[in-house]
Design a protein around this ligand. Sequence first.
Ligand SMILES: [Zn+2]
Length: 163
Amino acid sequence: MRDIIKYPNTVLTTPTKKVTEIDDELIDLLDEMHAIMLEKDGIGLAANQVGVSSRVAIVHIDDESGIFEMINPEIIKKSGKTIDVEGCLSFPEVYGTVERFDDITVRFVDREGYEVEVEASDYLSRVMQHEIEHLDGGLFIDKIIERLSPDELIDYMEEHGYD
Ligand SMILES: [Zn+2]
């Protein structure tokens, strides 16, 4: 199984290439990304975080929202601003508050080849923006307003009503 690529590997800061064909290799990549995300307790993962520079990301914040496999995702609508805490599998032990759009509409292709549009808000919207930023070669660390230690993260999450 592929490893999570950690900062400062340049694959993380290189914009990924658009997918032109959904083939077996891509399906295998999606399945492997699921397995890696599950193993690492992640809620989102971009392909370049496992060393593949393709415009593919997966997001799974909870079972209620479900799993999103996003091939060639683009944010086509965005509104509002919100600040909340984020972490990243490529930056172990780094947490910080980041400003994101509140509501977004994302257009992508699913593994069956169908074009899908998803309206997302709250934490789902945030995680999708974080992953799409990875695909553009961006990193949340460049946007952190206030950095939190792992202990401060626990306090922050309690104060803000996370489980
Ligand atoms: Zn990340």
